[in-house]
Design a protein around this ligand. Sequence first.
Ligand code: SAH
Length: 422
Amino acid sequence: MNVYDGQRLAALLEKRGMAPATDVADADVILLNTCAVRAKATDKVYSALGRIRRVKKPDALMGIVGCVARESGGDAFRRVPDLNFVLGPQSYHKIIDILDNPDTKLLNIDMGGLEKFDALPPMTKSPLVAYIPVQEGCNHCCTYCIVPYTRGREISRAPIDVMRDVKTAVDGGAIEICFLGQNVNGYNYIDENGVTHRLSELIRETAKIDAVKRIRFTSSYPTEMTDDLIDMFRLEPKLLPFLNMPIQSGSPDVLTRMNRPSDANQYIDIVTRLRAARPDIQISSDFIVGFPGETDTDFDQTMAIAKHIGYINSYCFKYSPRPHTAAATMPNQIPDQIKAVRLAKLDGLLNEIQRTFNESCRDKIFDCLFEGPDKTGRHLVYRTPFMQQTIVVREQNGHTPPMARIRITDANKASLRGEFVD
Ligand code: SAH
């Protein structure tokens, strides 16, 4: 979502005749597009601002946009007096106001709903992967999560607006569509005739477009994985066989305190139905370790579910208390050393599962999507249908097909190596 917001902000500034600066010291406008999900992300923003203010041009406009702006509000100006603007995730299109009035200070952390989507200029050129938001915000109120506060309550965009964005992206060169939302599979739009539109319908409509080769969506809430959506994995070959569906913990007690669905059998049943619909589907998850009150037994249950499901490519985090959340004031907060031990243990297991899966891909052939050159420029990076990074040696003729059949020749924990088949 932040990548999308960043692209739209860049487009907005480019429309004003601006161009990307190569060095922060040359920039006329400096904005940090921020994430507030863990305290570390917020802290990084303020230390970056400290560094930037020492090197920036004196009259450069500097500000923060996104979730830290919403989290900090006016306090951001007290912490960093030379900030010029603080704009929340639903009001960043107001950046135009500060460009028009550079001598003022601009604070806007309003929850503008869908207003920003109408205010943003259409993207005429698209990367190969187009991020298309279908809903914003979340109604689930997991007790650790600041997102319902920063991004607000769930609001779904009209299908006609979503499909217009899809078509614009495709006309601009996109061949993979990634539908976005904090609770993307909760997408629920009721039109003026009282008809409910779901994510499955957007996937079906998008799959009909010839130029679209791959479709995915993120991130999903387990119990919103309804049958119509599971069926899409059976019916639409363009929908990638890869799904991020966070479980967070394997302990029913911890999940209850997280205000998440606590019945492991229910989660396992959803995975079973997904695998029945699409036998090669792979699942990834997010995990939080050291949630308040988490015992060794709770943690062992997390290790057990991670192994049982066999998640590939998961993320795990130490629990970080956040403002505006219920868990921040719960008793039995876990000391950092224990969190660190559990994180290392779970990470070790997840890495092992990922390595085993990657190694099982050797000698297989996948249709992969071009992502870009690697840092050295000598290799090309592609993504398999399971979103594994695949490194291919750049050919003499400079051939970089947007989609390519690639045979996997080698694998390690983090990535694959491959060669073009044709
Ligand atoms: N569904 C949301 C979640 C984003 S946060 C979305 O797509 O926007 C991504 C992950 O960060 C969560 O799945 C969770 O594992 C982790 N996370 C959220 N709040 C956290 C906290 N307070 N401490 C540690 N990790 C957290």
